[in-house]
Write a protein that binds this ligand. Structure first.
Ligand code: ZN
Length: 256
C-alpha cells in the first residue's frame, strides 16, 4: 500500500492553517493590507501543497504501478501462467509519467480552488467590515467583535472549498485530496496490472470478488471482461477504480 496517510495528513494540516489564516485577519486594517496578508499566507500554503504533492506522487505512483504489475505476475502464476516481467521498458515509463501528471493536475485544480476560496473570504471580510462601519461608525468594541464572529462562522461553515462537483457537492480541500489520493493510487495499480497483462497478450480479466455490498460494483464482481474490448464475446473492462475508494482489481482470466 502506498503511504496515503502521509499526503492526507499534509492536506489536513494545510486545511487547518488555511482556516486560521482567515480567522486571524484583522478587519480594522486597510482593505489592501487585509488582502495582502491573507492571500500571502494562502499562496504560501498552496505552493507548499503543490510541491509536497508532486514529491509524493513521483515516488508513490510509480511504486503503485509496479505493485499492480507484480500482482498480475503473481495472480497469473496461480493459473499456471508465467508472465514475462522483463523490466519497465519505455512504454511503462510513459504510462507511469502520464498517470503521475494526470494525478498532479487533479490536485493542482483543487489547490487552485483554495486560492479562489481565499479570494472569496477576503471579499466577504471586506463586505462585513464596510457594512459594520456604515451601521456603527467605528470598527471597535462590539462592532469589531461582530465582524470577527461572523468571519469565524463563515470559515467554520464553509471551510476551504477545493471544488464543487457535478452533483453540486462542495469538497473541502482535505476531503478532496483524500478522495484523489485513493483514486489515483488504485488507478496506478490497475494500470500496472493491465499493462503487464496486455504485454503478455492476456486480454481477459475477471473483476475481483469481495462480496461487495456496493451497488455500483456488484454487477461487475466475478464477471469477465476484455481489457482492450477487442476479444469477441466480452465487454470492455471498466476503468479502475470503478468509483472512489473502490478496491476491485483485475485478475487474469483464461478461457477454458
Ligand atoms: Zn468496487
Amino acid at each position: 500500500m502506498a503511504n496515503e496517510t502521509k499526503l492526507i495528513n499534509i492536506y489536513r494540516r494545510a486545511a487547518q492553517q488555511l482556516r486560521t489564516t482567515v480567522r486571524r485577519a484583522d478587519p480594522r486594517k486597510p482593505i489592501i493590507l487585509i488582502r495582502k496578508v491573507i492571500m500571502g499566507d494562502i499562496n504560501k500554503i498552496a505552493s507548499d501543497l503543490e510541491r509536497e504533492t508532486k514529491n509524493w506522487l513521483v515516488v508513490e505512483i510509480p511504486q503503485e504501478y509496479k505493485r499492480g504489475s507484480q500482482q498480475a505476475v503473481a495472480d497469473a502464476s496461480k493459473l499456471g501462467l508465467t508472465l514475462d516481467k522483463t523490466g519497465f521498458g519505455q512504454v511503462h515509463k510513459e504510462a507511469i509519467q502520464a498517470l503521475t501528471e494526470d494525478a498532479y493536475l487533479d490536485f493542482a485544480a483543487g489547490i487552485e480552488g483554495v486560492r479562489r476560496a481565499g479570494r472569496g473570504f477576503v471579499s466577504e471580510i471586506v463586505k462585513k467590515k464596510i457594512n459594520e462601519r456604515i451601521v456603527s461608525g467605528q470598527l471597535e468594541g462590539k462592532a469589531l467583535e461582530t465582524v470577527k464572529k461572523e468571519v469565524k462562522q463563515l470559515v467554520d461553515d464553509t471551510g476551504f472549498t477545493a471544488l464543487v462537483d457535478r452533483g453540486g457537492k462542495h469538497w473541502s480541500i482535505d476531503s478532496y485530496a483524500e478522495m484523489l489520493v485513493r483514486t489515483h493510487v488504485i488507478k496506478a495499480n490497475g494500470e500496472g496490472t493491465k499493462n503487464r497483462l496486455l504485454s503478455n497478450q492476456v486480454d481477459l480479466v475477471e473483476i475481483s470478488q469481495h462480496n461487495s455490498s456496493c451497488p455500483i460494483c456488484q454487477p461487475y464482481e466475478g464477471q469477465v471482461y476484455s481489457l482492450t474490448g477487442k476479444t469477441e464475446g466480452y465487454d470492455k473492462a471498466p476503468e479502475l477504480p470503478i468509483h472512489p475508494n473502490c478496491r476491485h482489481t483485475y485478475l487474469p482470466y483464461i478461457e477454458d
